[in-house]
Every structure is written in structure tokens, then in C-alpha cells.
Design a binder for this molecule. Structure first.
Ligand SMILES: Nc1ncnc2c1ncn2[C@@H]1O[C@H](COP(=O)(O)OP(=O)(O)O)[C@@H](O)[C@H]1O
Ligand SMILES: [Mg+2]
Length: 312
């Protein structure tokens, strides 16, 4: 196991940011930590990387007690935190070089890796530019790239794709996939379900400092992600709408102000076709219609609700 925690807690005054987390993460895998803003993702990363001490609980990283031996742990891990960190006056090339020197990487390896990373992270055009002259997305790419200048057994990445355009995002995810294939263990936080699904072997869903589920992306998705939300906006207010649609079973239908129909279902297409045929039969005109995957936020809310209900 690369990471083992037991009853991990971190409080800030009255606020419990990490509320009793148990993790067992195997080596050579990408482990996703998926949760909305404020869920406790960054706090967990800071605990696991020994940057802050826990209020209570145990942390074992690569077989080491991280609370007793933080320095030994830090030598073997890489960390890309959520906060931007860069030296404004250094060029992209020099930042990578300097980071390599900090990690005692020999000169030849430093040079080879700098060239490789500049290539992989598509930094050729900005390699001589100063960090302060880069866009946020470019800075983020440099910040992630430089972490690969040194060897490590375990890498922590805190929402590394925020600010990247879709091409750069996909590029980074594929690069990480390859690294994992070569044996690197990666702990990856995100609030984007599709990203976790694409990259991770296993995902923990976290909310309010607690893990709600740990599973493979396939299984999580089939449990929580199939649902769509369909919204139909009618031209006129129809009083008898709930009555007309009462025969449709197997889903939740909400009516807003008598002019909106909101359907949440994992069989949204089937339900939609039933709703449409009833509207057409009754000559009810539609002004607007949209269908989209139920957002992660809504899935979370549902999970939390189910959790609360089962606790009562
Ligand atoms: N240094 C701190 N002092 C006080 N509260 C904090 C501190 N760091 C984080 N928090 C709080 O802990 C909770 C979890 O934060 P965080 O771990 O940053 O969440 P996430 O990374 O999932 O968005 C939030 O409510 C946040 O406001
Ligand atoms: Mg965070």
C-alpha cells in the first residue's frame, strides 16, 4: 500500500475540514479524490504530504509513519499544490532547471528532462519567457511540468487542470496515465467527474470532510452518473399539467410555476418521449427544451441526502 490513513481528522476551530478519513491506496494506480469546493480535498493533500499536522489519526506513506518521519516522506514524493507558486523573474526553462538543482538532479539528467518536459507540456514557444509574463494556464503547466524533473514514488496533484484549455487538459491527463503505467502512484484531486472518470483507477467521493463512496469510475458512474436532467419550458401556464403527466412512472417530475417541467431520471430519454407525446396530444406548445447530464453537484446532493436518510 502506498497510502494508509486511519481516522484522520483535521479541525480549524469549530470547522472539521477532514472528518475521519480511512484510505488504503495501492501502488501504481491513479487514485482520484473527487469532491465539490470546500469538501476537504486540499486539506487532505496537505496532511498526506506532511505540510500540516493532523488533529488526530495516523498516516502511513510508502510504508513510513508520516507524522514521525515527515522529511523521509518528502524526499520520496512530488506535490503540486492548488496555490500557484512561481518565481516571477525566472524563465520557464530556468524554473525547471532550478527546481532540478533543488532536488539534486545531476546536470545531464536535468537538461534531458527539461527538454523532454518542454516538449511534452508544449512550452517551446514560451521557454524563454518569464513566469510573470505567462497566462494563468501556462503558469499552471509549468508548475506541473517542473515536478517531473525529479524522481518520485508517489505524486500528489491538487486540481492541476484548473485554468487549462481542453487540449492542454487532455495532454496532461494522458501524460499522467503514461506515468502511472510506468509505475508511478498518483493521488489526484478534482471536482470534475468526467476527468476523474478518464484518468483514475479508483475514485473516492468526498463531501464535508467525509468519504461517501470509494469505487471504480465505471461502478460509480453506473450508480450515480447516468442521470440526466430535462427541462421543458411551455409557452403558457397549464393548470392541469401535473394531472396530464401523472401516468408517467419511474421518475421525479417537478413543475415550476405551471410553465416548467423538470425531469430527473436515469431513463430520461424514455420519459421525455412519453412527456412529449402527451404534450402533443393535448396541443400544448413548447417554448424551450434542454437535456443535460445531472451535474456532479446534484449527484453529491443526492448522495448526501441518501446518506442522511439512511442514518435516520
Ligand atoms: N487554514 C485554514 N483555516 C481555516 N479553515 C480552513 C483552512 N484551510 C481550509 N479550511 C476550510 O476547510 C474546508 C475544506 O477546505 P479545502 O480542503 O480547501 O477544500 P477543497 O480543497 O475540497 O475545496 C473549507 O471549509 C475551508 O474553508
Ligand atoms: Mg482545494
Amino acid at each position: 500500500m502506498s497510502i494508509i490513513t486511519r481516522s484522520l481528522f483535521k479541525s480549524y476551530g469549530n470547522l472539521v475540514a477532514v472528518n475521519g478519513i480511512d484510505l488504503d491506496i495501492r501502488g501504481g494506480k491513479v487514485f482520484g479524490f473527487l469532491g465539490p469546493n470546500g469538501a476537504g480535498k486540499s486539506t487532505t493533500i496537505k496532511l498526506l504530504t506532511t505540510l500540516i499536522p493532523p488533529t488526530s489519526g495516523t498516516i502511513q506513506i510508502l510504508g513510513l509513519d508520516a507524522i514521525k518521519n515527515p522529511l523521509d516522506v518528502r524526499k520520496r514524493i512530488g506535490v503540486v499544490l492548488q496555490q500557484p507558486s512561481y518565481e516571477p523573474n525566472l524563465s520557464v526553462e530556468k524554473s525547471l532547471e532550478k527546481y532540478g538543482m533543488m532536488w539534486d538532479v545531476d546536470r545531464k539528467t536535468r537538461k534531458d528532462r527539461t527538454d523532454e518536459l518542454i516538449d511534452v507540456f508544449e512550452l517551446q514557444e514560451i521557454r524563454k519567457k518569464k513566469n510573470e509574463d505567462l497566462s494563468i494556464g501556462q503558469r499552471r503547466r509549468v508548475q506541473v511540468a517542473r515536478e517531473f524533473i525529479h524522481d518520485m514514488d508517489l505524486l500528489f496533484l491538487d486540481e492541476p487542470t484548473v485554468g487549462l484549455d481542453p487540449g492542454a487538459r487532455r495532454n496532461l491527463l494522458d501524460f499522467l496515465k503514461n506515468k502511472a503505467r510506468d509505475g508511478l502512484t498518483i493521488f489526484y484531486t478534482t471536482h470534475v467527474l468526467t476527468e476523474a472518470e478518464y484518468l483514475c483507477d479508483e475514485i473516492a467521493v468526498i463531501n464535508k470532510g467525509k468519504i461517501l463512496a470509494v469505487d471504480s469510475p465505471e461502478h460509480l458512474k453506473s450508480t450515480f452518473g447516468q442521470e440526466k436532467t430535462i427541462k421543458i419550458h411551455l409557452l403558457d401556464r397549464i393548470e392541469k399539467l401535473p394531472n396530464l403527466l401523472s401516468s408517467i412512472a419511474g421518475c421525479k417530475i417537478d413543475f415550476n410555476a405551471g410553465t416548467d417541467i423538470i425531469i430527473q431520471s436515469s431513463k430520461a430519454e424514455i420519459i421525455l418521449s412519453q412527456v412529449l407525446s402527451i404534450l402533443i396530444e393535448n396541443n400544448i406548445p413548447i417554448e424551450d427544451l434542454s437535456a443535460m447530464p445531472t451535474t456532479l453537484e446534484e449527484i453529491f446532493l443526492k448522495m448526501v441526502k441518501e446518506k442522511n436518510a439512511s442514518n435516520n
